[in-house]
Design a binder for this molecule. Structure first.
Ligand code: G
Ligand code: MN
Length: 232
């Protein structure tokens, strides 16, 4: 609503030896199946928190960093400890970190997920439910999970461009998130028309190519408007 940049999402990129990029939807499932995602995910978390420290040092002291977490990482018994260590080692305020999980964590069992989310919340770490609406959602679970943010999957945002039926899901998800007391963020926003529709529907926040394309940290530092200098 204010056009302010509230945060960034860390996105893993892999450039192969021939210089071409291997897309994350190809290498992440392989990393998950092989278990390599655990080490890779921990590395990403640390790189992202170091990047956040650089952003904060440059005056962007309110920015948050969102980091995607695979269900495979989430089910590691030492997951919370790993995150807390990364926060400590990088001197990051836990409130500045938001972990993105998908509905696929439901496969780990409600009790497990609920307990871990409560622990993350007590540690001050934010949690967002990513790609919401595309996975295995159980609404009764959702009501009891202490997540901070619901991220509407981009397919529903893109459907806003079509006629009436396409709009209904985004509308419903926004309403659902609000009623559950969560912040609602739309993913994959590409046009001004989508932005204004989402605003009218009461969506809190948005991300997507319309605002900024994925970029390196150095590109981000020059892309961001000058910090306003008001420290908290
Ligand atoms: O290429 P694209 O920007 O669409 O990739 C974004 C998606 O790729 C994310 O929403 C997420 O699903 C996946 N992804 C990117 N980086 C990471 C990461 O560090 N960890 C995990 N688990 N998934 C990631
Ligand atoms: Mn994400």
């Amino acid at each position: 609503h204010s056009e302010e940049v509230i945060g960034v999402e860390a996105l893993m990129r892999w450039r192969a030896e021939d210089g071409r990029f291997v897309p994350p939807d190809r290498f992440i499932p392989v990393a998950e199946r092989s278990g390599l995602i655990v080490g890779l995910g921990n590395w990403v978390l640390r790189i992202a928190l170091h990047a956040l420290a650089r952003l904060r040092a440059a005056g962007y002291d309110r920015l948050r960093m969102a980091v995607n977490v695979s269900a495979v990482q989430f089910r590691q018994p030492d997951f919370l400890q790993t995150v807390e260590e990364a926060l400590r080692d990088t001197g990051t305020n836990p409130e500045a970190l938001e972990l993105e999980i998908t509905e696929s964590v439901a496969a780990l069992g409600f009790g497990y997920v609920e307990k871990l989310l409560h622990q993350l919340k007590s540690a001050g770490i934010g949690v967002a439910i990513d790609d919401f609406g595309t996975g295995f959602s159980s609404l009764s679970y959702l009501d009891r999970l202490p997540a901070d943010r619901l991220k509407i999957d981009k397919s529903f945002v893109w459907a806003l461009d079509s006629q009436q039926p396409g709009r209904r899901i985004a509308d419903i998800v926004i309403e659902l998130g609000r009623k559950l007391g969560m912040n609602v963020l739309a993913e994959g926003v590409e046009t001004a028309a989508q932005t204004s529709l989402l605003r009218d529907l009461g969506c809190d926040d948005a991300q997507g190519y319309y605002f900024g394309k994925p970029m390196s940290l150095d590109e981000l530092l020059s892309w961001l408007p000058a910090p306003r200098g008001e420290s908290q």
